[in-house]
Design a protein around this ligand. Structure first.
Ligand SMILES: [Zn+2]
Length: 257
C-alpha cells in the first residue's frame, strides 16, 4: 500500500516535471524549447521551428542599439490607463501582468489596447551603446492586430515601485494567479512622454515583424536586489541580444506640448 502510494507520487511528480518542460511554460534554460542559454539560446531560435524563421531571416528585428536617431514627424504618444491588472502569469521566460480591455495608448489617430506588461533583465535595447539593468514592455494591440510596444529602461539605482508591483505578484513557473486588487496601469506611465520610435519585431519567438516600438526616453532605476530577483524568477538573464538596424531609421518624438 505504502509502496504503491510512493509509486503514484513519483508518477505524479514526473508528469508535473514533464508538463513544466513543455512549450509556453518551459523554463528559460529548458532543453528542447527556446530560451536564453544552451541549445535554445537566441542564436538558435530560427532553427528550432519553421514558425521561428523570422528570428534568423528577418531584416527588421528587435531589440536594437538606439543610435543615429533624428527628430521625426510621428505623433506624440498619449496614455489612457484607468484600469488595474487582473492576473499575473509566470511562463518561465518572464512574469506577465494581464490587463482587461479599457487601457490603451494613442499615437496620432491610431489607438492600441494594453494587453499586458512584462520584464527583461538585463534590458534588451541599448542606447548609444549603453546597456541597462532592466526593461519593461507594455504590449498593445490595435483592432487590426497590429502591435505597439512601449519600452521602459532602467539603470541600477534606487528600487522601482512598478517593478516591485510585478515582482510581488509573481507566481511559480507555469502558474497564473488572480490579482485582487491588481497593479494600477497608470503607475507605469512615465512622467516624460518623449520616445524613440522605430519599426521592429517581437523580441521572443516567433520574432514576428511589424511591431511599432516606442522606447521611452525617460530612464528609471531598479535596485540590485530587484535585478537579482528578476533573474532568479526567470532562471537567469532573459534578454535577446541587439539585432542589426539595417536600413531602418530611429526617430526622436517629443512629448505633447
Ligand atoms: Zn518583452
Amino acid at each position: 500500500m505504502i509502496k504503491s502510494a510512493l509509486l503514484l507520487t513519483i508518477a505524479l511528480l514526473t508528469a508535473l516535471a514533464l508538463a513544466a518542460c513543455n512549450g509556453e511554460t518551459a523554463p528559460a534554460h529548458s532543453p528542447g524549447g527556446w530560451g536564453y542559454s544552451g541549445p535554445g539560446a537566441p542564436d538558435k531560435w530560427a532553427s528550432l521551428s519553421d514558425d521561428y524563421r523570422a528570428c534568423g531571416e528577418g531584416m527588421a528585428q528587435s531589440p536594437v542599439n538606439i543610435a543615429g536617431y533624428a527628430p521625426g514627424d510621428a505623433a506624440p504618444v498619449a496614455f489612457h490607463y484607468p484600469g488595474m491588472s487582473t492576473s499575473a502569469r509566470n511562463n518561465g521566460h518572464t512574469i506577465y501582468l494581464d490587463y482587461e480591455p479599457g487601457n490603451g495608448i494613442s499615437v496620432g489617430a491610431r489607438n492600441y489596447t494594453l494587453l499586458g506588461i512584462h520584464f527583461h533583465s538585463p534590458a534588451e535595447h541599448t542606447l548609444d551603446g549603453e546597456s541597462f539593468t532592466a526593461e519593461l514592455h507594455l504590449v498593445h494591440q490595435d483592432d487590426s492586430a497590429n502591435l505597439a510596444v512601449v519600452a521602459l529602461l532602467f539603470r541600477a539605482g534606487v528600487p522601482s515601485s512598478i517593478v516591485s508591483a510585478l515582482l510581488d505578484a509573481a507566481p511559480e513557473v507555469g502558474e497564473t494567479v488572480d490579482l485582487e486588487p491588481g497593479a494600477k496601469a497608470a503607475a507605469f506611465i512615465p512622467a516624460q512622454l518623449g520616445y524613440y520610435g522605430y519599426n521592429g519585431s517581437l523580441t521572443t519567438p516567433p520574432c514576428t515583424e511589424g511591431v511599432r516600438w516606442l522606447v521611452m526616453r525617460e530612464i528609471g532605476t531598479v535596485s540590485p536586489e530587484q535585478a537579482a530577483k528578476m533573474q532568479k524568477l526567470t532562471g537567469g538573464p532573459n534578454n535577446r541580444p541587439v539585432q542589426p538596424l539595417g536600413r531602418r531609421t530611429i526617430s526622436i518624438i517629443a512629448g505633447p506640448p
